[in-house]
Design a protein around this ligand. Structure first.
Ligand code: SF4
Length: 363
């Protein structure tokens, strides 16, 4: 089931920790980008009608004006057909750029799922992160989305933030759970080179983040949100179908700067530079690639394991995997990191947070 991902590389302001391809942009720059995106989408006309899920991410897709959103959906629907006919169509939003009008437009356009960044409910923490919206703004936007009829909504929370206590994290989660989200994602702070956080020598707090993760997972379980992937929790039947396809090594096409694709065994990603992307797309040239590789044999199977083991349902232990990775699997079982039940292999639930130790065996 191929998915279509579109990356919108614009945000109101850059958060201190962010290393995604995103930057503030003027209305004119967004217009030019949308023209480039329309051209890139048209170059994949041969794939039209094959997609079952859609995901608009970024950046901040909700930064687009209503007029720009209409142009955006026209370009996308040339590939997907009516968005309302897909198994799932997700749109990422941030509170500072959402209002009742846009919420209704998204609903009318056939968007079925919303993902919004909360990160924390303490405004002092949000300010330290460089986030534009306050928790009050989040509350208002969330209400507008509910009012517009959205019943499948995710919120992101961050852990291991500078100055964030375990209580801060638990309070944020409790605050969020009052809004009855169908889906919650956790992200531990990572400090990437080139970001303001890196320049300010902010340190990662992996131990604090691990405590927050375990405490949070327990609270979510009590609220009926099950962990189905290392960092993702949902009510039954509200798992992200688009993301599940990534973890199942399914095909997908990515459009926009930095967007990755996996089609017919080839992995590639577009250049992360918006200017280079726009220039190539408008000139009708191939978008420069950040990387391009074809996976086969052992590398492809190793990747299948690493992606699949992210899911709490694990992977099917097929004969080829068992034979090829017998030693690695033996070591991981002896170390108590994975377990096998019949033909299903999974990471033990209490070891999910240290899943990198499992993945290292397959790199
Ligand atoms: S809103 Fe998201 S994509 Fe935009 S700068 Fe902040 S973290 Fe990055």
């Amino acid at each position: 089931m191929p998915g279509l991902y579109v990356h919108i590389p614009f945000c109101r302001a850059k958060c201190g920790y962010c290393d995604f391809a995103s930057a503030p942009g003027t209305a004119e720059e967004i217009d030019v980008f949308l023209e480039a995106l329309t051209r890139e989408a048209a170059s994949y006309a041969a794939l039209a009608g094959r997609f079952t899920t859609f995901y608009a991410g970024g950046g901040t897709p909700s930064l687009l004006s209503e007029r720009q959103l209409e142009k955006f959906f026209r370009a996308v629907e040339k590939l997907t057909g009516p968005l309302g006919g897909l198994a799932e169509a997700t749109f990422e939003a941030n509170p500072e750029s959402l209002d009742a009008g846009k919420a209704e437009l998204l609903k009318a356009a056939g968007i079925s799922r919303i993902s919004m960044g909360l990160q924390a409910s303490q405004d002092a923490l949000l300010k330290r992160l460089g986030r534009v919206a306050t928790s009050g703004d989040f509350l208002k936007a969330w209400g507008q989305l509910r009012e517009a009829g959205f019943r499948n909504m995710n919120a992101d929370l961050m852990s291991g933030l500078p100055g964030q206590s375990l209580k801060d994290f638990s309070d944020s989660l409790e605050w969020l759970l009052k809004l009855k989200p169908e889906h919650v994602s956790f992200y531990a702070l990572e400090v990437h080179e080139g970001t303001p956080f890196s320049a300010a020598q902010v340190e990662e707090e992996p131990d604090a983040a691990a405590d927050m993760y375990e405490t949070g997972a327990a609270s979510l379980k009590l609220a009926g949100l099950n962990r189905y992937e290392i960092s993702n929790f949902s009510l039954p039947g509200r798992e992200s179908l688009h993301n599940l396809n990534y973890w199942e090594q399914g095909d997908y096409l990515g459009l926009g700067p930095s967007a990755a694709s996996y089609l017919d065994g080839e992995r590639r990603a577009n250049t992360a530079g918006t200017a280079a992307y726009v220039k190539a797309a408008l000139a009708g040239e191939a978008i420069p690639a950040q990387y391009r590789e074809t996976l086969s044999g052992r590398a492809k199977r190793a990747e299948k394991i690493m992606l699949g083991l992210r899911k709490t349902s694990g992977i099917e232990l097929t004969d080829d995997i068992f034979i090829e990775f017998k030693e690695e699997l033996g070591r991981l079982t002896a170390a108590g990191l994975v377990e096998t039940a019949g033909r299903v292999l999974k990471i033990k639930e209490d070891r999910l947070y240290v899943s990198n130790a499992v993945f290292r065996e397959f790199v």
